[in-house]
Design a protein around this ligand. Structure first.
Ligand code: FAD
Length: 474
């Protein structure tokens, strides 16, 4: 019987546990234990019910086009609980000189694909609009170095698009800074498009045409998918499938050591335990510490993957208090606006089943790569900032019915230039260590579906381990 330890009970570790449980139920000779240092499972995924509203502490959804989360929900028997974003109301605003300006139609991520709405939009200056038109003539260009997203976008569309689109969009997704994130790691499709077409706009138009042909044959998919009762529903459904005796909460793993072809885990409580295989599903900075005695170079690479922190501040209101709020999913705040808020989601517009008819929810984001200092503030100080900025930007100054602040310290991996080479190096070294697998948001995607895929691959790797595999490196 192979004994497998999973370290970390976020969605990556839980997915690994679910797929191991599935293999076990199908007759694989294995047993697993999931170690989680906190009091609850789910990591960044957590949903609260407050005053009849559903409040997401961390992720509120996942990208529909990435299939692994939907597949998992189907396997869990909760496919009927999946809900799509209200895309008919999808409109996102950018704050420009303190006021909301709608992103023009035809903007795909940050690339214009329709000239008229872009030309009429007050989001860009005439200089930028002329640059966008000229971008259509951009010649194919193989990227030599690992540029930052800001460098790539600026080469095509100029600095205003970096400031008003690339940077706010990436601080929304990665809690990151376009000037620090690797284009190859974060926007690989842009790099491929540039190599093939030169112009990103022409490449997007070609992709758009293909998508339109596929859409003719298939019903349209919502951009984002969530669950009726929140992202926690996925966590609860996984936990319900696991053997309760295999879950160890409040059990911090301190170190992992190779021992006689297997692994010894040094635990904070109850001493050491031995396993045949280990899945490390923690953030990379924790994985680096855990594996320092296994392979120093591997540990160093893991420790070099930086993380940013994030804070979500949710405020619940009566609908009439939000009368001045425009339609749409919310707004993004460029750095040049000099605000602390990075973004705000109008939750009740984005998804159904989030608030009763008479209530609305605003979810604001603070922190990110440029504002770690915000974590030192008290909840009251953060609320004061958010309420002041909501007043300034969308004229909401009513007292909310409820508020919640959630802090996510060092939760979002930052894929900096050199990331892909570093991950390749990490994977090469891990491949030499039999019975060891890594999962999490540090390697091949930060979103929930990527974490699920990583957990599943880690489970497959260790469950398929055969006797002839290499011994662990001493
Ligand atoms: C505010 C916020 C909003 C987000 N929004 C979205 C979104 O809308 N869509 C999307 O797809 N993604 C989103 N993400 C990203 C996504 O949620 C995360 O990348 C993903 O949940 C990470 O999962 P994980 O299991 O890899 O790590 P985590 O959730 O960080 O879990 C790791 C777990 O390991 C445990 N642990 C750590 N060290 C040890 C140890 N030594 N021993 C035992 N246990 C340990 C921790 O306690 C934790 O529970 C968001 C993230 C945040 C923070």
């Amino acid at each position: 019987m192979k004994r497998i330890a999973i370290i970390g009970g976020g969605i990556s570790g839980l997915s690994a546990a679910f797929y191991l449980e599935k293999a076990r139920a199908a007759g694989s000779e294995l047993d697993y234990v999931l170690f989680e240092s906190g009091q609850r499972l789910g990591g960044c995924l957590a949903s609260d019910h407050i005053e009849g509203c559903l409040v997401e502490a961390g992720p509120d959804s996942f990208l529909t086009e990435k299939p692994w989360a939907t597949t998992l929900c189907k396997e869990l028997g909760i496919a009927d609980q999946l809900i799509g974003s209200n895309d008919s109301q999808r409109k996102t605003y950018i704050v420009v000189h303190g006021r909301l300006v709608a992103m023009p139609d035809g903007l795909m991520f940050m690339v214009p694909t329709r000239l008229v709405p872009t030309a009429l939009s007050p989001l860009f200056s005439w200089d930028t609009k002329i640059r966008m038109a000229r971008e259509l003539l951009h010649p194919p260009h193989p990227m030599q170095d690992d540029e930052t997203v800001a460098q790539l976008v600026e080469r095509h569309f100029g600095p205003e698009v970096v400031d008003r689109l690339a940077d706010p969009l990436l601080s929304g997704v990665y809690g990151g800074d376009a000037g620090q994130l690797s284009a190859r790691a974060v926007l690989p499709r842009f790099v491929e498009m540039e190599e093939k077409y030169g112009s990103l706009s022409r490449a997007m138009l070609a992709a758009h045409k293909k998508m339109a042909e596929v859409a003719k044959k298939q019903p349209p998919q919502p951009l984002f998918t969530s669950l009726k009762d929140g992202m926690q529903q996925m966590v609860d459904a996984i936990v319900a499938r696991l053997d309760p005796a295999a879950i160890r909460l409040r059990q911090h793993v301190r170190r992992v050591y190779p021992e006689n072809g297997g692994w010894r885990l040094a635990l904070e409580i109850n001493g050491d335990e031995r396993y045949d295989a280990v899945i490390v599903a923690t953030p990379a900075h924790v994985a680096g510490e855990l594996l320092d005695s296994v392979d120093r170079e591997l540990a160093q690479d893991l420790l070099q993957i930086t993380y940013s922190s994030s804070v979500t501040v949710t405020l619940g209101y009566y609908k009439q208090q939000l009368a001045k709020l425009p339609r749409g999913f919310g707004f993004l705040v460029p750095r040049s606006e000099g605000r602390r808020m990075l973004a705000c989601t109008f939750v009740h517009n984005k998804f159904p089943h989030r608030a009763p008819k008479d209530k609305g929810i605003l979810r604001c984001f603070l922190g990110g790569a440029r504002d770690e200092a915000v974590l030192a503030l008290s909840d009251e100080e953060m609320l004061q900032i958010v309420r002041q900025e909501l007043h300034d930007i969308v004229k909401v100054d009513a007292r909310p019915i409820f508020t919640r602040v959630y802090r996510w310290r060092e939760a979002m991996a930052q894929y900096e230039p050199g990331h892909l080479a570093r991950v390749a190096n990490i994977e090469e070294r891990v491949a030499e260590l039999s019975g060891l697998a890594l999962a999490g948001n540090a390697y091949h995607g930060i979103g929930v579906p990527d974490c699920i895929r990583a957990g599943r691959e880690a489970a497959n790797k260790v469950a398929n381990l055969t006797a002839e595999a290499q011994p662990a490196r001493p």
